[in-house]
Each structure stands twice: as structure tokens, then as C-alpha cells.
Design a protein around this ligand. Structure first.
Ligand SMILES: NC(=O)c1ccc[n+]([C@@H]2O[C@H](COP(=O)([O-])OP(=O)(O)OC[C@H]3O[C@@H](n4cnc5c(N)ncnc54)[C@H](OP(=O)(O)O)[C@@H]3O)[C@@H](O)[C@H]2O)c1
Length: 205
């Protein structure tokens, strides 16, 4: 299948490494103008520069900003006021015994993994609908349906993302804009390496 995204702009949240970086590369290869995002300005610019090197004909924008905060969202919207494709890839994960997850941690997972996506959808979906074309992809996980005992806060956030996807898909129905989620499975990324090292360290005497 040959996908051409010439003339389309895409934003991939959390794309300085891992799955997000791979998605950004795929979109650039398909011809889209791609905005790369991460919390740190320098790291985001470096990720954008490395994409430019790989795909010299693609237009790559660095759009840094912590999407778990209003300020970060404003920073990204300022850099990229419109997009045709929104990939809500950003997600944090970690292991913690279910009874030890406190309120602050439950809130943090909801804020980062769910609300960051909702905020971006709220910001970009109306423009997509007005223009009659758009694609929203939310990165869920197998943990959304098979909740790991040591990651129920993460599982909750990914199940919520499925609900969010379904709801906004109905909101956009008939407009030319589709809203979908991807149930990603275990993938070797920087985030997963950190996660595994954390588990191993914790189990050492
Ligand atoms: N890897 C897996 O096995 C797996 C399986 C199923 C689903 N998923 C899902 O796939 C997505 C990507 O996973 P991954 O393993 O590629 O993650 P990762 O390696 O941990 O990368 C996370 C990315 O998000 C960015 N980020 C973190 N917090 C941010 C924030 N507040 N605002 C903006 N950017 C932020 C990080 O950039 P900076 O550090 O530069 O800010 C980094 O680029 C997540 O939603 C995850 O839940 C992953």
C-alpha cells in the first residue's frame, strides 16, 4: 500500500523517542509535514534535526511542550496552530503494587495519559471538522483490556483512552474526520528499557 500525505500536517505527541519517533518518521516518509514533540526544547529540536537528516525533502517542525500542563499545551498550539493529523502517542508507564498507588499517582496517570489527549483533540478537532478532513489516532495498549496487576493505574488510563476515542469518533461522525485508537503491544523502546531496569533494581536484594 502506498500512502501519500503530501500537503498534510501531522503532530505526534511524545515523539522524541520510541513509538512516537517511529510514527513521526513514517509520516515524514509518506510526505507529511511533521511536528515532533517532547518536554525538553533541546531534545525535541535534536529529534526534529535527525528526522530532517533522514528525510531531507520533508518539512519537520519542533514543537516542544509538556502536554500534561496548560502552559506546555499553549506552547505547542502557538508553534502549530492547526494540524490535519493528530497522533496522541504520549503515555507514561510504570509498575506499582495496586494498593500502593496513591491519589496523586492516579491523578498523574489520568492527567498525562488521558487529559493530554483530550486537550489536544479539543484544540484541533474543530478545525479538522471545519476543513472536512482529519485523522486522530490515540495510542492505547493491550493493558487497556488485559489490566496488569502491577499497572492498574496505567491500564485505567488506556481503558479511558478507548472511551475517549469512541466518544470523539461519534462527535466527528460524517465530517470526514476519523478518530481511532491503536492497541499497541510490547515494543522495545527507551521507556520500556527504563521500566525494565526499574523492575530489576527493585527486585535486587
Ligand atoms: N513500548 C511499549 O511496549 C508500549 C506498549 C503498548 C502501548 N504503548 C504506548 O505507546 C506510547 C509510546 O510508548 P513508548 O514506549 O514509545 O514511550 P517512551 O519510550 O517512554 O517515550 C515517551 C515519549 O513521550 C515524551 N513525553 C513524556 N512525557 C511527556 C509530556 N508530559 N509531554 C510531552 N512529551 C512527553 C518523551 O519525550 P521527552 O522525554 O523528551 O519529554 C518521549 O518522547 C505510550 O502511549 C505507551 O503507553 C507502549
Amino acid at each position: 500500500m502506498h500512502v501519500t500525505l503530501d500537503g498534510r500536517t501531522a503532530l505526534v505527541s511524545g515523539s522524541t523517542q520510541g513509538i512516537g519517533a517511529a510514527i513521526a518518521a513514517g509520516l515524514a516518509e509518506a510526505g507529511a509535514r511533521v511536528a515532533v514533540n517532547g518536554r525538553d526544547t533541546r531534545r525535541t529540536e535534536e529529534a526534529a534535526a535527525s528526522l530532517r537528516e533522514r528525510f531531507p525533502s520533508a518539512e519537520i517542525v519542533a514543537a516542544p511542550g509538556d502536554l500534561a500542563s496548560d502552559e506546555g499545551l499553549a506552547q505547542v498550539l502557538d508553534r502549530l496552530p492547526r494540524t490535519d493529523i493528530l497522533v496522541n502517542n504520549l503515555g507514561i508507564f510504570g509498575a506499582r503494587p495496586a494498593l500502593e498507588i496513591d491519589d496523586a499517582e492516579w491523578r498523574r496517570y489520568f492527567e498525562v495519559n488521558v487529559l493530554s489527549a483530550v486537550r489536544l483533540i479539543r484544540a484541533y478537532l474543530p478545525g479538522m471538522i471545519e476543513r472536512g478532513w482529519g485523522r486522530v489516532q490515540n495510542l492505547a495498549s493491550d493493558s487497556a483490556v488485559v489490566i496488569p496487576a502491577e499497572m492498574i493505574h496505567y491500564g485505567m488510563s488506556k481503558t479511558a483512552l478507548l472511551a475517549v476515542t469512541r466518544g470523539f469518533a461519534k462527535e466527528a461522525a460524517g465530517s470526514g474526520v476519523t478518530v481511532n485508537s491503536v492497541i499497541a503491544g510490547p515494543t522495545h523502546t527507551g521507556g520500556v528499557e527504563d521500566f525494565v531496569y526499574e523492575l530489576v533494581d527493585r527486585s535486587l536484594p
